[in-house]
Design a protein around this ligand. Structure first.
Ligand SMILES: C[S@@+](CC[C@H](N)C(=O)[O-])C[C@H]1O[C@@H](n2cnc3c(N)ncnc32)[C@H](O)[C@@H]1O
Length: 190
């Protein structure tokens, strides 16, 4: 699906008025922090974090076309890779963002466990997802399934439970139109 969408992705998100600044704020980043944008696609979230905080962002995405059509400016790298096998040592990242991407991962629970592995103690994760109960989400889920995507969506409570299952502690849940932004932190002791 993203091979086809990649050339139009950034203009489409601009038209939809998508905002990427909130994740960086919720991660409470500092200049020089290492942040991973997992399923970062064309780098919209990564660029917003770099512009807002001056952190070092690594984009990891499975789709070569999304990376090719994206922009890496300011980021320390754009890597083709799988969310379940991030190219980072244990406890090395200050923050992780997964924006409108978790429901595209074939193994979302494994991806969250991988995030818990790479986060430093107290490091934060911000997940932006579509809320399963919203009618617009149900339509999108059907369209995504028809396009061959997993098309599995979660309620805010289910997302929080998945984060807990991965060993992370949910901090906040905020509704965003038909979406939801959930933040969590890696506990000091896992
Ligand atoms: C809807 S796009 C979101 C891109 C970006 N986060 C944003 O908000 O603009 C979902 C992204 O997840 C990526 N993706 C899907 N499965 C993946 C996986 N297993 N590992 C890494 N990225 C993956 C897709 O290639 C796509 O770029």
């Amino acid at each position: 699906m993203f091979d086809l969408l990649a050339p139009f992705y950034d203009p489409a998100m601009r038209l939809l008025g998508a905002s990427y600044s909130e994740a960086a704020a919720l991660l409470q980043l500092h200049p020089g922090d290492l942040v991973v944008d997992v399923g970062g696609g064309t780098g919209l979230g990564a660029r917003a974090a770099v512009a807002a905080v001056g952190c070092h962002v690594l984009i990891v995405d499975f789709n070569a076309a999304m990376l090719r059509h994206g922009r890496c400016d300011g980021c320390i790298g754009c890597v083709r890779g799988n969310a379940v096998q991030l190219p980072l040592p244990d406890a090395s990242a200050d923050g992780v963002m997964i924006l409108d991407a978790l429901h595209h991962f074939p193994q979302p629970e494994r991806a969250l466990a991988e995030v818990a592995r790479v986060l430093k103690p107290s490091g934060r994760l911000a997940v932006l997802e579509l809320e399963a109960r919203h009618p617009a989400t149900k339509v999108l889920a059907l369209a995504e399934r028809l396009a061959g995507e997993p098309g599995v969506m979660w309620t805010a409570q289910q997302l929080a439970a998945m984060l807990r299952q991965a060993g992370l502690s949910p901090l906040s849940i905020r509704g965003r139109g038909f979406g939801v932004m959930v933040t969590a932190a890696r506990p000091n002791v896992m």
